[in-house]
Design a protein around this ligand. Structure first.
Ligand code: UDX
Ligand code: UDX
Length: 457
């Protein structure tokens, strides 16, 4: 079959995979290829066991794979054969040298730019999909400028999808943002990408800007979302001291239409590969430009998130008579949020490690994320076990700590669970999803976030 466009994405991760699968699904007239250096990951994309769990993804992959969606490790050939190249390789926080712990590590990014230069045999549009520091496009252009007989136009098209709702977010986004150079060739490339998205997204939702605004908007969107969570989490600490109830406060505050009610769920802290990384990136950028007050302001969002996780662990310790040594604690959920298998920066992993330092024994249960959790906690076997069934996981434990807001944990038979636990049995609800009063009546000592504890002593 002759396809109208050949589109490539380099990086078959949580972003590249679902994003390109939806483009292929919505645009059967285009041939979409996803290339990755990791052969194991590509093999999984080509099998029935996809490398990540994302609601709705299986169906879309089934409908498109082998028809107009292809997964490959052949990056060289893919670059040669495609004119539109999305880049979605990872850009983790740099862990060495200048900017360690703050700046983005752009080594994979630069390597990919050099591969594009090396293997291209015609002009291309190269699209930044990964979150990147402002001005990365400049570096990319400087590398790609070295081609002899053809040109590259670099666009910024940040992803705004959230894991767990990635397919829905791609099918029906609040907006799509496309940034380009404000030159004739920049506008032309920008329009070509607009045309792709316009296959299923109303034009008024596809906004365009200069390339630096686009790069910055992505980081700022994540910083604002994270800031709301840190704001409500900061207030949850005050609620616990004052007998106010964070859920009531969030509802009252969120009903002000100027504020809005989303992202006001107090929790054990935000996780995920983006929020912390992107804010630290913003902080680094501000410091680079000498804007220390601005940097301090945003750094506070990350500090409060850290504080919330430490506070949660400390509350557990205090509630359990100041010693966790040899106590069995069951973690309900290990993914950083519901409906994903992703455990990157998950508060559950941080808390598991803290509890292990206190010499507790940990039993982790989760419907999708145990495989990743095993890798994250490798080397700690003996003190950590992984059990699929939450009833079996909680049996014989002194405490349960709800880490992830999976619906599954709302509806369990807590009487049955209580009966199998060591008494006094404690329930720490890091997501406020359990019926606290009911569990208290069953016999649990219940410790929610941002609400008075319900105890029997
Ligand atoms: C990552 C970042 O976390 C996110 O901030 C950014 O916006 C997009 O990239 P994600 O898709 O979640 O998002 O990362 P990950 O699941 O790690 O996938 C990246 C993929 O790129 C991996 O499969 C990796 O093998 C691949 N890769 C990495 C390459 O193909 N080439 C490289 O040189 C480096
Ligand atoms: C985020 C952004 O939402 C998305 O636009 C961007 O492209 C990538 O980063 P993601 O990290 O996948 O997406 O999930 P998100 O739903 O934003 O949740 C992030 C973290 O915040 C999770 O740990 C979640 O549990 C937590 N959270 C979210 C809260 O603690 N309270 C809330 O009210 C909302």
């Amino acid at each position: 079959m002759n396809f109208k466009k050949n589109i490539l994405c380099i990086g078959a991760g949580y972003v590249g995979g679902p994003t390109m699968a939806v483009i292929a699904y919505k645009c059967p007239q285009f041939r979409v290829t996803i290339a990755d250096i990791n052969p194991a990951r590509i093999a999984e994309w080509n099998s029935d066991e996809l490398p990540l769990y994302e609601p709705g993804l299986d169906e879309i992959i089934r409908a498109t794979r082998g028809k107009n969606l292809f997964f490959t490790t052949d990056i060289q050939r893919s670059i040669r054969d495609n004119d539109i190249i999305f880049v979605s390789v990872n850009t983790p926080t740099k862990m060495f040298g200048a900017g360690a712990g703050m700046a983005a590590d752009l080594q994979y990014w630069e390597k990919t730019a050099r591969q594009i230069l090396q293997y291209s045999e015609s002009s291309k549009i190269v699209i930044e999909k990964s979150t990147l520091p402002v001005k990365t496009a400049q570096a990319m252009e400087n590398i790609l400028r070295n081609a002899h007989s053809f040109t590259f136009e670099v666009l910024s098209n940040p992803e705004f999808l959230a894991e767990g709702t990635a397919i829905k977010d791609m099918e029906n986004p609040d907006r799509v943002l496309i940034g380009s150079r404000e030159t004739a060739s920049g506008f032309k490339a920008r329009e070509e990408l607009v045309e792709i998205y316009a296959n299923w997204i109303p034009r008024e939702k596809i906004i365009t800007s200069n390339i630096w605004s686009s790069e910055l908007s992505k980081i700022v969107s994540n910083a604002f979302l994270a800031q709301r969570i840190s704001s409500i989490n900061a207030i949850s600490a005050l609620c616990e001291k004052t007998d106010a109830d964070i859920i009531e406060v969030a509802r009252a505050v969120g009903m002000d239409s100027r504020i809005g009610g989303k992202y006001l769920n107090s929790s054990v802290g935000f996780g995920g590969s983006c929020f912390k990384k992107d804010i630290l990136n913003l902080v680094y950028l501000c410091r680079h430009y000498g804007l220390n007050e601005v940097a301090d302001y945003w750094e506070g969002v990350v500090k409060i998130n850290q504080y919330q996780q430490e506070r949660f662990t400390l509350n557990m310790l205090t509630a359990m008579f100041n010693t966790l040594a040899d106590k069995k604690i069951c973690l309900f959920g290990v993914s950083f949020k519901a409906n994903t298998s992703d455990t990157r920066e998950s508060p559950a992993i941080f808390i598991a490690k803290k509890l292990l330092e206190e010499k507790a024994e940990i039993i982790i249960t989760d419907p999708q994320a145990l495989r990743n959790a095993r890798t994250d906690l490798a080397g700690m076997e003996g003190r950590v076990s992984f059990i699929d069934d939450p009833y079996k996981a909680a049996a014989g434990c002194h405490a349960i700590a709800v880490m992830t807001e999976w619906d599954l944990y709302r509806d369990l038979d807590y009487q049955k669970i209580y009966d199998t636990m060591i008494k006094p049995a404690s329930l720490f609800d890091g997501r406020n999803i359990i019926d606290h009063r009911r569990c208290h009546n069953i016999g649990f000592n219940v410790y929610p976030i941002g609400k008075p504890a319900l105890t029997h002593f």
